[in-house]
Write a protein that binds this ligand. Structure first.
Ligand SMILES: Cc1ncc(COP(=O)(O)O)c(C=O)c1O
Length: 407
């Protein structure tokens, strides 16, 4: 990485944002100017280990050479057609993504929230046309503490008051049940139910992993009751947990998968609804769309991402280094860490409030050259790029121990 050259300091750039940028985030006080692999560099040239990886959008690290090369090749040829015309990159992307996930058809979108919205629309349409639910009566069952995005419909079934307050009226048609509770799910699903929509691991809730057997139970229940199982793998998918998909830990195949974040390789927003033919097949021309969804640049980067995942290397790394992460965190339990949940290279770490809030721990780690993000007050989330080395991971765990034990 070459040194950053800047005429404005971090402090200057942070205060310049204040009057002109909507205050919907509260970022840590670091202004990133460059990045490569697992490392980012601020405008003063200080380096930080990235233990957040863009909320898993950077599973392959910053500017992975194969992804950047694919983007450059495509930038020099064709970037956007709209779906008014075919483009020569989309078929391969869809074919390979469907093959990677074991499903049949792909609906390309851009952001995660758009994939969720699209999945909801497809599930409702499927309910009316295939299942025979009376018009406008379809329901979708979701879990408490979910995070599926920020649109009006999606916050309609959020249980996070901060995400909802002031944004009503909300979209009807959702039932909320406790996560990891099959009996509650059984009671909520009825003849109007189009789908059960769940995160196989709840990311924003603090990497909440359901009991072994829960996902298998959801699969069995949805099949028996004749509704769809939609797995939102926007954060848990694409290598993060040590498998291509988190549902693979229980060998479950959902009817519909929602993917995003890492599908764009940290370069462009790429998301997708991937489903069986009898489900996605309900869409006909004009019923749904997106100007940018499936654009050739996104398809080229997405195909390169699928190619990386086809090697199995990243899933393998997440599994192997996940052991190092788990062992390191186990050492910290009772020394500032109350407990943690981890799968692959993904952990939610509950900090003992006596040692500081999640935000304070994040600020202290920043001073040690490590970037993390707090969630829900006293939990920090660790989700490094899957390219991280064992030494780098050990360094991050050492920094966490230092800020917990020495402040
Ligand atoms: C599980 C899940 N679904 C959906 C989203 C929304 O994705 P986006 O921010 O790209 O709209 C997120 C983002 O964190 C997520 O974690």
């Amino acid at each position: 990485m070459t040194a950053a050259v800047h005429t404005r300091s971090s402090a200057d750039l942070i205060s310049a944002e204040e009057p002109v940028l909507a205050h919907n985030y509260h970022p840590l006080p670091v202004v990133v100017a460059r990045a490569e692999g697992t490392w980012v560099e601020d405008v003063e040239g200080r380096r930080y280990l990235d233990m957040l990886a863009g909320y898993s959008a950077l599973n392959f690290g910053h500017r992975h050479p194969a992804l950047v090369a694919a983007a450059h090749r495509q930038l020099d040829r064709l970037t956007l057609t709209s779906r008014a015309f075919h483009n020569d990159r989309l078929a391969e992307f869809a074919e390979r993504l469907a093959a990677l996930t074991g499903l049949d058809m792909v609906l390309p979108m851009n952001t995660g929230a758009e994939a969720v919205e699209s999945g909801i629309k497809v599930a409702r349409k499927w309910a009316y046309e295939v299942k025979g639910v009376p018009a406008d009566r379809a329901t979708i069952v979701v879990a408490a503490e979910n995070f599926h995005g920020r649109t009006t419909t999606i916050v309609s079934f959020s249980t996070d008051e901060t995400a909802r307050a002031g944004f009503g009226p909300f979209t009807p048609g959702f039932r909320i049940v406790p996560y990891n509770d099959l009996a509650a799910l059984e009671a909520a699903v009825d003849d109007t139910t189009a789908a059960v929509l769940l995160e196989p691991i709840q990311g924003e809730a603090g990497v909440v992993i359901p009991d072994e057997g829960y996902l298998t139970g959801v699969r069995e229940l949805t099949r028996r009751k004749g509704c769809l199982f939609i797995a939102d793998e926007i954060q848990s998918g694409l290598g993060r947990t040590g498998r291509t998909l988190a549902v693979e830990h229980e060998s479950v195949v959902p009817d519909m998968l929602l993917l995003g974040k890492a599908l764009g390789g940290g370069i462009v927003p790429v998301s997708a609804v991937v489903a069986r033919r009898d489900v996605l097949g309900v869409l006909r021309p004009g019923e749904h769309g997106s100007t940018f969804g499936g654009n050739p640049l996104a398809a080229a980067v997405g195909t390169a991402v699928v190619e990386l995942l086809e090697t199995g290397e990243f899933q393998h790394r997440a599994t192997e280094l996940g052991v190092v992460l788990r062992d390191g965190l186990s050492e910290l339990v009772g020394k500032g860490v109350l407990g943690f949940r981890a799968r692959g290279l993904w952990a939610g770490v509950d900090i003992d409030p006596a040692f500081g809030t999640g935000r304070e721990i994040g600020e202290r780690l920043l001073r040690e050259g490590v970037l993390v993000k707090d969630t829900h007050g006293s939990t920090i989330r660790l989700a490094p790029p899957l390219t991280i080395t064992e030494d780098e991971l050990s360094g991050a765990l050492g920094a966490l121990e230092k800020v917990l034990t020495r402040g």
